[in-house]
Design a protein around this ligand. Structure first.
Ligand code: SF4
Ligand code: SF4
Length: 597
């Protein structure tokens, strides 16, 4: 069959065709579509789930692998930090069935708190890492990734970047699944990590890396015969190909598909007749440092240009114009000055990031904001849609670090200055991901903070995946529902307040104000389903009473409310979700409900 597939879809198809038995992950852009695609496939020896976090996912995949199953754990780059503990131990303990750790890096970053280069994790963990340049290449590399994992009994990292994950390509393949017999778990002392064994296995690991270098080198390739060598990998390879169009004779390209470990002989052979080497890679100078080390250790002196001497930017994505400009800077050849350099790129007006129209989080934040009006409060935020609590006009988020950190940072802030009241905000999926342990710590150590759990009954930011609080599993079938309130009570927290952010605003403000009078540890659960999951029953419109005071616009910042060139306020009926929040701020009874017929 021939199909146009997005990079992540290509990975999913290839995983299924190549007999993956267990696929687990935690949603995170740009990795989410791998599991979203895999869930469309079914077989009697195939299982797929959304796990509560990346560490859980990788440990499930590891367990399945020890029974001989082929498994994959998917995550985004910051998710790998959460899964780093089992990954580092797995590199020493080893695996049985092929285990792929799929990690999507986000140069830019487009939808992440940090830029992070997973190739560094490969160096850190002593593991091989595949770094495909296109969806088609990603599709083709899944099979060898499983085979390498099984041959060397090691997890294999499969790193892609946003552009590869989300670009589309036509791929021709036979949709036929490889059936494998799973041999089952065999008891072995190897699976129990103990210090003495760990030392021996570390030495074995180093030997395995030496052994696999030549084999993995076959996936790297050289193109052209020019005297100027370009070392590149991932999506940067295509930027290079485009940038040197018409001047191919000047260059040779070393395309690195397996970024770690590198085979010294292959690198030296490429470098032997080159006048200089230019390193074109996104994020960290991984190829640059590895290649330079090989050159140095072999007494080879050659001019190099890359990130380390300021020719290539460390941060952000590359593109064709940026790569041309790098060649211009290195070669002082004006022919590489792009007609439209990246500095001339059309500037698109920036849109203020904000909650969707009718988002229950907008109302939850405004309830807390109003209830704490005259108080000096620090608001800690977390990762998810509700990070947007920092945006104007809500401005009720002062910190945001990583998953679960709103609760724990609040405790640190409270320890450092107990005169300050701290209120932490966290979402439902993030609470299950890594908020629970912070709450346990807060209860145990008597950190008297207030925690607001904004429960919109889904993992909204990544595309509405289910989680333990929804009780639904990946296909929408019944799992067991985990109650947030029961967890909170089970820990021992006695002060819990449940709020529907769409119900009477003034009453909710009073309830929260009263709740905050007590300075003991307390949890407020704001529960209302995500506006994007709710079918619309009504919308609101502005009537003739409007005085143009703009209060509704200024206070809520709802994108459905706007003003025309004459200052007339209007509500876009196609955007309005009927939450009724804006009505609370109109003193002129100018906002009225319209039922949808
Ligand atoms: S009712 Fe008001 S606040 Fe709610 S979505 Fe409509 S315009 Fe926005
Ligand atoms: S708050 Fe009421 S009066 Fe003021 S602009 Fe909005 S609709 Fe008009």
């Amino acid at each position: 069959m021939k199909k146009v597939l997005m990079g992540n879809e290509a990975v999913a198809y290839s995983l299924f065709i190549n007999g993956v038995n267990v696929a687990v992950g935690y949603p995170g852009t740009p990795s989410t579509e791998v599991i979203e695609t895999l869930k469309n496939f079914q077989d009697d020896d195939f299982y797929v789930e959304w796990s509560t976090n990346e560490k859980v996912a990788l440990e499930i995949a590891a367990g399945a692998s020890l029974s001989g199953a082929r498994s994959v754990a998917t995550m985004k780059q910051v998710g790998l930090n959460v899964a780093a503990d089992p990954l580092l131990s797995l590199s020493v303990v080893g695996v049985e069935g092929g285990l792929i750790v799929f990690v999507a890096d986000d140069p830019g970053p487009h939808s992440s708190q940090t830029e992070q280069d997973t190739r560094n994790f490969a160096r850190f963990c002593n593991l091989p890492v595949f770094d495909p340049s296109s969806p088609k290449e990603a599709f083709e590399l899944i099979k060898p990734a499983f085979e390498i994992s099984e041959k060397y009994k090691l997890p294999v990292l499969f790193r892609m970047t946003t552009r590869v994950c989300h670009s589309n390509q036509s791929i021709e393949f036979e949709f036929k699944r490889e059936k494998r017999k799973i041999k089952g778990f065999e008891k072995k002392p190897d699976w129990v990590i103990l210090p003495a064994l760990s030392y021996i296995k570390h030495m074995e690991l180093e030997q395995k890396l030496q052994d696999m270098k030549k084999e993995l080198s076959a996936y790297n390739k050289v193109e052209g015969r020019g005297k100027i060598g370009i070392v590149t990998g991932g999506v940067s390879y295509f930027y290079v190909k485009e940038a040197i169009k018409g001047f191919e004779d000047l260059f040779s390209i070393l395309k690195i598909t397996v970024a770690h470990p590198l085979d010294e002989g292959f690198i030296l052979e490429f470098a032997k007749d080159k006048e200089m080497l230019i390193f074109i890679e996104e994020l960290d100078p991984v190829l640059e440092e590895e290649v330079k080390l090989i050159l140095f250790e072999n007494g080879r002196i050659i001019s190099t240009y890359g990130k380390r001497n300021g020719y290539v930017p460390f941060a952000g994505e590359l593109d064709v114009d940026k790569v041309k400009y790098i060649f211009y800077k290195v070669l002082s050849d004006k022919r590489f000055l792009a007609k439209n350099t990246f500095t001339d790129v059309l500037q698109i007006p920036k849109r203020q990031a904000q909650f969707c129209a009718g988002c229950p989080h907008r109302s939850s934040f405004l309830i807390v904001k109003n209830a704490t009006k005259d108080k000096d409060i620090i608001f800690t935020g977390d990762i998810g849609c509700y990070t947007l609590g920092f945006a104007k006009p809500i401005t009720t988020t002062d910190t945001c670090l990583c998953m679960g950190a709103s609760i724990t940072m609040a405790q640190g802030l409270n320890i450092a200055d107990s005169s300050k009241r701290v209120i932490a905000f966290i979402g439902d999926s993030t609470f299950f991901h890594s908020g629970i342990t912070g709450l346990v710590n807060s209860y145990y150590n008597r950190h008297n903070i207030t925690i607001c759990i904004l429960d919109n009954l889904t993992t909204g930011m990544t595309g509405f995946q289910p989680h333990p609080g929804t009780g639904k599993k990946i296909y929408g079938e019944e799992g067991r529902k985990v109650s947030i309130e029961s967890i909170v009570k089970g820990i021992g927290v006695e002060r819990i307040l449940l709020i529907d952010p769409y119900s009477d605003f003034t009453e909710n403000v009073d309830k929260v104000r009263e709740f905050l009078n007590d300075e003991e540890l307390g949890v407020i659960v704001f529960r209302r389903e995500c506006a994007n999951l709710k079918s619309r029953e009504s919308y609101f419109k502005i009537n003739k009473n409007c005085s143009k005071c703009r209060a509704c616009l200024k206070v809520t910042g709802c994108p459905a409310i706007d003003e025309d060139e004459n200052g007339n306020i209007f509500i876009d009926s196609t955007l309005c979700n009927g939450c009724g929040l804006c009505k609370n701020f109109c003193r002129y009874s100018a906002i009225e409900k319209v039922m949808v017929k």
